[in-house]
Design a binder for this molecule. Structure first.
Ligand code: F0G
Length: 350
């Protein structure tokens, strides 16, 4: 067996690296493409989940970060900076720690999940909470990277997208072709851009015979790409995608149009109901933003945007443990019992 050593080694000939590039890796990528029998039965489609929560820091950001931090180190950077709704900061902090460089992080105050904040702090990031939203944080981080010696590792950094495109390569390799439809949540719109790049490269390389219809899913209160205008005060419980002015706006629209796909919105109610259903129905626990992709898929099947019989991949972008508050809040609070076998059996309904 070949041992997986991360996606730079795994896809070296398809990434912008040379023999001189230092490889900063936590052995990310090579994540499972898990069949979803419950969702398949419900939709009449052949549905798979690309489980990106299986990456080292629990989200797809690691794909982009291994490359962005490796290239930053190659270019002599001593510090990286990012704005984040949480996952990017957790990933940047981990890869910077691995590289032995400084990581600075700007997050919207009070609007990032506890698990992600904990990760960034555990990895030793210099973290500032900003009295503003993600879009404000990104504007600040961009200015700092221009005026000070610190390298920006948000998805406006092209190396991030290069790393993230490898998820498409893995899906094509696993299925033997591209799926008919690919659904994923959209926030700053880097990931949909990266997936589309990966799929078109695989078509050009002859690894796939087609490209999928790309269905991007935004939260209704933060759906600028659906409404066609910037949302000044984005609102959603899916804090990861609480973004009103996506940096990769035009690339996302291009991916939508070139693929014959769509960008649609789902309500927080739809997100939460899917968030509760996935761990029970499929055994896959994801964070609320990730549930948006599956919620969007269900709505798209419902209105005929996805034909029955289609092969569909939904990327679930981040692990459920990132945002445990929602799991606890959505379930009835557990009963407390005495140390007593009969009482336990009664309460368990055995
Ligand atoms: N899902 C999760 C779990 C995310 O953390 C993000 C983005 C997305 C989806 C959307 O991806 O921005 O490429 O369209 N999180 C960023 C962050 C913004 O700071 O962690 P996108």
């Amino acid at each position: 067996t070949v041992i997986w050593k991360g996606l730079i080694e795994g896809f070296r000939d398809r990434l912008p690296v040379t023999a001189e590039t230092p490889v900063i890796t936590l052995y990310e990528g090579n994540t499972p493409l898990v069949p979803a029998p419950g969702l398949s039965a419900r939709t009449g489609c052949d549905v798979y989940l690309k489980v990106e929560g299986a990456n080292p820091t629990g989200s797809f950001k690691d794909r982009g970060m291994t490359l962005a931090v490796s290239k930053a180190v190659e270019d002599g950077a001593k510090a990286v900076i990012c704005a984040s709704t949480g996952n990017t900061s957790a990933s940047a902090a981990a890869y910077a720690a691995r590289a032995g460089i400084t990581c600075a992080v700007l997050v919207p105050q009070g609007k990032i999940a506890l698990g992600k904040l904990g990760q960034a702090l555990a990895h030793g990031a210099k973290l500032l909470q900003v009295d503003g939203n993600f879009d404000d944080c990104l504007a600040l981080a961009t200015k700092l990277s221009i005026d000070f010696p610190v390298s920006l590792v948000n998805s406006v950094n092209p190396d991030r997208l290069q790393g993230q495109k490898t998820a498409s390569f893995e899906i094509v390799a696993a299925l033997g072709d591209a799926p008919d439809v690919h659904c994923l949540p959209v926030g700053n719109a880097g990931n949909i851009t990266a997936y589309w790049m990966g799929y078109t490269e695989d078509l050009a390389a002859g690894n796939a015979r087609k490209t999928p219809k790309m269905i991007g899913v935004q939260a209704q209160g933060a759906s600028p790409l659906v409404g066609g205008e910037v949302v000044r005060e984005p609102q959603t419980i899916a804090t990861a995608i609480r973004i009103g002015n996506p940096a990769s706006w035009t690339q996302a629209i291009d991916a939508r149009d070139a693929s014959g796909g769509q960008i649609r919105a789902v309500t927080d109610r739809e997100i939460l109901s899917t968030y509760r259903m996935l761990p029970r129905g499929e055994g896959v626990f994801v964070e609320p933003a990730s549930a948006a992709s599956v919620a969007g898929m269900l709505a798209a099947v419902e209105d005929g945007s996805i034909e029955r019989g289609s092969r569909v991949v939904c990327t679930v972008t981040g692990h459920g443990l990132k945002d445990p508050d929602w799991a606890v809040a959505c379930a009835p609070s557990p009963e407390t019992i005495k140390v007593d076998v009969l009482a336990a059996a009664r309460s368990l309904g055995l």
